[in-house]
Design a binder for this molecule. Structure first.
Ligand code: GLN
Length: 422
């Protein structure tokens, strides 16, 4: 069979490759030397498949794409409250290098602009030494990518020599007591963080790790916890594309992060990570062809987050009566993924049918996921039914509902036959 997905990605590169508009970032002198025609794309799924096209294995520096990952590490190490005390989560609508600080507290508005990223870097290892902070961020970025990454020393030196604006930002933050460590050290560490070399394939894997609840799909390592993923993706959604975040969210609709070297990554929660590399940038500092490629994929593959799938009305696949031991048993056979809306539908049919039911069976054999709220709604419904004098049985071989039998009217069994067996 023809490799469907790589062919598709190559087609996207062909469709978008003709656009030669935009310009290389030249405020970091070394970035002006890259080959502007480079164009690569990669897609990594949460179960570890990776598809690539074009220049997907060429290394370039991550730049601002390192920011959400450094933020994730800070959250993982210090917890949300400590991080929020230093860096807010409001979109600034300003360019990436703007000095956007909250009036009064002096907190940077979000961790995706440089001010917020400098403050984030300063938090790593609880302020620790320059070396410890840099080690933490490089090891962390490597864990997301699933391979050891290293710093491009030439780009690092080149940026550091001209990093006047970032020095100004760091000095300003220090003067407002956002951090206590030496501002120039923070600029050095942050600049090394930005100079970590990645390929488009690496970026797709890093994005897929976020898509996969923090578990790196290839290595299986839980790099960050689920609650951190939620926070990071929220901030990427509102702030990842700087002053074009609103336009990006409405047209592409994928939490994303761009960098001035031309990389761009997007996260489809629960599905995959996508990345592109093409160095010419638009006026917001986002890759011109990367934005086009994401727009095309979002349209053609239906990836926009707000494009809601038709509601699953069939959480209860089958509701039927069976007779076991001479008793009439009502079986609710559920299937698929059960979340709040699905559980609500089930609870509604329970209430409607309750008067005539003396023994309820929840058959969860075909359910493959149930979120916390759905699980607790199901367990509470079971307890209410029991308190009303009815029997309740869960057919739940994978223990999805985490219902515990009470030795009385609540039972948990593996198969429907067990119910019939009494
Ligand atoms: N290192 C760059 C800077 O601080 C990163 C900016 C970016 O990629 N948008 O200016």
């Amino acid at each position: 069979m023809q490799p469907l997905i790589p062919d598709y990605l190559s087609g996207v590169l062909r469709d978008c490759g003709g656009d030669r508009s935009g310009a290389l970032a030249d405020y970091i002198p070394e970035l002006a030397h890259v080959e502007p025609e480079r164009f690569g794309m990669a897609l990594a799924t949460v179960d570890g498949a990776v598809y690539c096209a074009g220049d997907s294995d060429i290394e370039f520096t991550a730049q601002s794409i390192s920011k959400p990952f450094a933020y994730a590490l800070a959250l993982e190490d210090l917890g949300l409250d400590e991080v929020l005390a230093k860096i807010d989560v409001e979109p600034s609508g300003d360019p990436f290098n703007d000095l956007s600080l909250e009036a009064g507290t002096g907190r940077p508005l979000n961790p995706m602009i440089n001010a917020g990223a400098l403050a984030t870097h300063a938090l790593l290892e609880r302020g620790g030494s320059v070396g410890a902070r840099v080690d933490r961020v490089i090891a962390g970025l490597s864990a997301f990518a699933g391979r050891q990454l290293s710093v491009d020393e030439t780009v690092y030196e080149s940026e550091l020599q001209t990093a006047y604006r970032n020095r100004a930002l760091a000095n300003m933050l220090r003067s407002l007591d956002n951090f206590e460590v030496e501002p120039l050290d923070v600029v050095r560490g942050y600049t090394r963080q930005c100079a970590v070399q990645v390929t488009t394939r690496d970026l797709a894997m890093m994005a897929a790790t976020l898509a996969n609840g923090g578990v790196q799909p290839a290595t299986g390592e839980q790099v960050i916890s689920r609650s951190v993923v939620r926070q990071v993706l929220s901030v990427m959604t509102t702030c990842g594309m700087y002053d074009s975040a609103g336009d990006w969210l409405s047209t592409v609709g994928i939490p994303a992060k761009s960098g001035v070297s031309g990389g761009l990554l997007g996260v489809l929660p629960g599905q995959s990570g996508i990345a592109t590399f093409s160095p010419r940038l638009d006026k917001h500092g986002n890759s011109v062809r990367g934005v086009l490629a994401f727009q095309q994929c979002s349209d053609e593959l239906g990836l926009h987050l707000m494009e809601v799938a038709p509601a699953t009305r069939t959480v209860v696949r089958d509701q039927r009566e069976i007779t076991a031991d001479g008793e009439v048993v009502e079986v609710f056979e559920l299937h698929g993924t059960i979340q709040f809306a699905g559980a609500e539908r089930l609870v509604r049919s329970l209430v409607e049918d309750a008067p005539k039911i003396s023994h309820v069976v929840f058959d969860l054999t075909e359910v493959y996921a149930m979120n916390t709220v759905a699980g607790s709604m199901l367990r509470r419904s079971a307890r209410i039914l029991v308190s009303e004098g009815r029997r309740v049985t869960f057919v739940d071989p994978a223990n999805i509902a985490a219902a515990t039998p009470d030795g009385g009217p609540l039972r948990v069994v593996d198969t429907l036959e067990d119910v019939l067996a009494g």
